[in-house]
Design a protein around this ligand. Structure first.
Ligand code: IPE
Ligand code: IPE
Ligand code: MG
Length: 273
């Protein structure tokens, strides 16, 4: 098996062993989604500008992507910038866009080397031209990679996603492609911008707050939630492993009762877990 290394450090034997133990101790999520929060507070506590926290958060992204790839988790979605984040001061928005450009330039080659595919969801056309171009380029370069798919939610919000699906449905009805009676969950799901990605099994939020902040509102209907007190720049694979351990202890009933569940839940079997 190809080794995965986005960091300069080599994976320790202890870490590899921890990953094996996690895989053996229960089901591992097929899709992990993360609300990467707490960068500003992390920087402020250190007497620094907020942007310093965003910069430090890049190391957490790298470590998380690497650990997911090593563990064979096929899907990771990262909430990097919300629709509402456009309302932040222009200096912070600009710094975040700059950071995105820099990171894409720096990391794309490593994504290719490690067989990692990059995709993005959100109102990408709102991104500054340069940023948009770099992003599309990285997506194109990594499009045939298979090991792990990393989805960046950028200029994304759950309400926007649902509203754009509703708009497409109205057009389909007007064009006579479907009737109102054909509008069901499957149709809505198929028109969300995340339609090629399974729903997240585990949704992590760092920074200690208990809210979704307009992330995957539809898709997270049955996600297991894990709130980490750690600020995103302090988040490393050890905390990821803790969240997976917590996930492994949950009973996912999807509305049923315990006695109805088979040892291995059918949804997880179909998700290939
Ligand atoms: C998350 O960290 C990053 C983005 C939203 C882009 P924040 O910038 O929200 O940091 P806090 O929550 O203010 O500490
Ligand atoms: C959520 O964090 C968005 C991202 C992490 C990209 P926010 O910091 O924007 O959320 P609120 O404002 O605390 O709800
Ligand atoms: Mg925040």
């Amino acid at each position: 098996m190809k080794t995965v290394s986005l960091n300069r450090k080599k994976q320790t034997e202890k870490d590899a062993q921890r990953q094996v133990e996690l895989r053996e101790s229960g089901r591992v999520p097929n899709h992990i989604a993360i609300i990467m929060d707490g960068n500003g507070r992390w920087a402020k506590e250190r007497g620094n500008m907020r942007v310093f926290g965003h910069q430090a958060g890049v190391d957490s992204v790298r470590d998380t992507v690497e650990a997911c790839a090593q563990m064979g988790i096929p899907h990771l979605t990262l909430f990097a910038f919300s629709t509402e984040n456009w309302m932040r001061p222009a200096s912070e928005v600009n710094a975040l866009m700059q950071l995105l450009i820099q990171s894409l330039r720096k990391e794309t080659r490593k994504l290719v080397e490690n067989d990692i595919k990059l995709v993005a969801v959100g109102q990408l056309e709102r991104l500054p031209d340069k940023c948009h171009r770099e992003l599309l380029e990285a997506i194109e370069i990594t499009k045939d990679n298979k090991r792990l798919q990393v989805c960046l939610a950028l200029s994304y919000s759950g309400r926007w996603d649902l509203a754009q699906a509703a708009r497409k449905i109205s057009e389909m009805v007007i064009n006579g492609e479907v009737g109102p009676e054909d509008v069901n969950e499957e149709l809505v799901q198929s028109l969300l911008t995340t339609n090629s990605i399974p729903d997240p099994d585990l949704l992590i939020r760092t920074g200690g707050e208990f809210r979704l902040s307009n992330f995957l509102l539809w898709q997270a209907a049955y996600s297991e939630l894990y709130i980490s007190k750690k600020y995103w720049p302090d988040f490393r694979r050890d905390e990821l492993y803790k969240s997976i351990e917590s996930y492994q202890k949950r009973e996912r009933r999807f509305g049923k009762i315990s006695e109805q569940l088979e040892k291995k839940d059918m949804r997880q079997v179909s998700a290939g877990v």
